[in-house]
Design a protein around this ligand. Structure first.
Ligand code: FMN
Length: 154
């Protein structure tokens, strides 16, 4: 059976990102990973208690990743952005190859630049990591149903 991992990229463990992800995965078996529970240093910083490898222990078990993020400053929030930065030159990032990916981002009032920036970023991440981008949805936190419909998790 397909194993799905929902990665909540918001510092709010029960906020809009989490609610949308859980609603999109209603009646679909999945595991939740709260990215905010992991201490992940910035690219180039070296801390002994860095936990990026613990995140990859969960990713390894999954066939499909559903990644959600709040929009901060017209792009994905820092938790997800730091994770993406860390993929560079990280041997574990090889694990992403061939996995299916659904991504959504939501903000209080996303403008065109938010759509453009996040679409470009996440498409490039999927291509460069050799992942199959199955769904990408961006919208306002007031339009949860629209985001879930667009994401179309199957
Ligand atoms: C630092 C910061 C920057 C933000 N920047 C944007 C933004 O550029 N565009 C937008 O639509 N919303 C922006 N927001 C609003 C959040 O994206 C919005 O409240 C979101 O629903 C929070 O998701 P969460 O409940 O999962 O944490 C920002 C919020 C914060 C805290």
């Amino acid at each position: 059976m397909e194993k799905i991992l929902f990665m909540n990229g918001s510092p709010n463990r029960n906020g809009n990102t989490f609610t949308i992800g859980e609603e999109a995965l209603k009646n679909i078996e999945h595991t939740i990973l709260q990215m905010a529970d992991y201490k992940v240093s910035q690219y180039g910083q070296v801390y002994e208690d860095d936990q990026i490898k613990d995140i990859f222990k969960e990713i390894e078990k999954a066939d499909t990743l559903v990644i959600g993020a709040p929009i901060y400053w017209y792009t994905v929030g820092g938790i997800l952005k730091t994770f993406i930065d860390r993929l560079y030159m990280l041997p574990e990032a090889e694990m992403l190859k061939g996995k299916k990916l659904y991504v959504f981002a939501q903000g209080s009032a996303p403008n065109k630049e938010c759509y453009d920036n996040i679409t470009y970023l996440m498409k490039r991440v999927a291509t460069l990591m050799d992942m199959e981008l199955k769904g990408l949805a961006i919208g306002a936190d007031s339009e949860k149903a629209k985001i879930i419909k667009e994401l179309n998790i199957k």
